[in-house]
Design a protein around this ligand. Structure first.
Ligand code: SF4
Length: 168
């Protein structure tokens, strides 16, 4: 796998449940968190799914004028930060906002526990929804997150404040 390739489980062309507005959602393949009650166990195998290039990923996004943003979800997107950093930068160049879902905590990634590329990715995106899915905190009334422990983090505001700032 090169930095221009991503192993994915699939895509959603016009999602309205993975963040605000109409979004292109990329579901990456591979996850080690093993959250009890995970709704996407088929995304766990790091050798599963299929491989696409960043050019192939970008093509349907670039030609869709209806999109408000792009969501990087999984699986665990931070296992493959390099191609997703490329995607996030392309999205920003087109005026699209970028949301990222991760089972890690924002502070962990910011501290560099997953390496420099993951840290760079998490500071590039606009919003991070962080933390593992916890079945006991599940509620269908929660918008954009699966369980109540997960935070919807305004990344630029958090970086400026020096602490986590959640979206209201
Ligand atoms: S982080 Fe997401 S994909 Fe991974 S086990 Fe937890 S709920 Fe499932």
């Amino acid at each position: 796998m090169s930095e221009k390739e991503l192993r994915v489980a699939g895509f959603a062309n016009d999602s309205i449940v993975d963040g605000p507005g109409i979004r292109y959602a990329i579901f990456t393949q591979g996850c080690h968190h093993d959250c009890t009650g995970c709704h996407n166990p088929e995304t766990h195998d790091v050798g599963g799914g299929f491989v696409v290039t960043t050019e192939e990923l970008w093509a349907p996004i670039a030609k869709n004028p209806l999109l408000d943003g792009v969501t990087l979800s999984g699986g665990e997107p931070l296992l493959q930060p390099e191609p997703l950093l490329d995607m996030a930068r392309r999205c920003h160049g087109k005026g699209l906002d970028v949301w990222l879902y991760t089972g890690f905590l924002f502070e962990q990634v910011l501290a560099g526990v997953l390496g420099a590329a993951a840290r760079e990715l998490i500071t590039e995106v606009d919003v991070v929804v962080d933390g593992p899915f916890i079945e006991g905190g599940r509620s269908l009334e929660l918008a954009w997150r699966g369980s109540s422990n997960q935070r919807i983090i305004d990344v630029p505001a958090s970086l400026e404040a020096g602490h986590v700032v959640e979206l209201a």
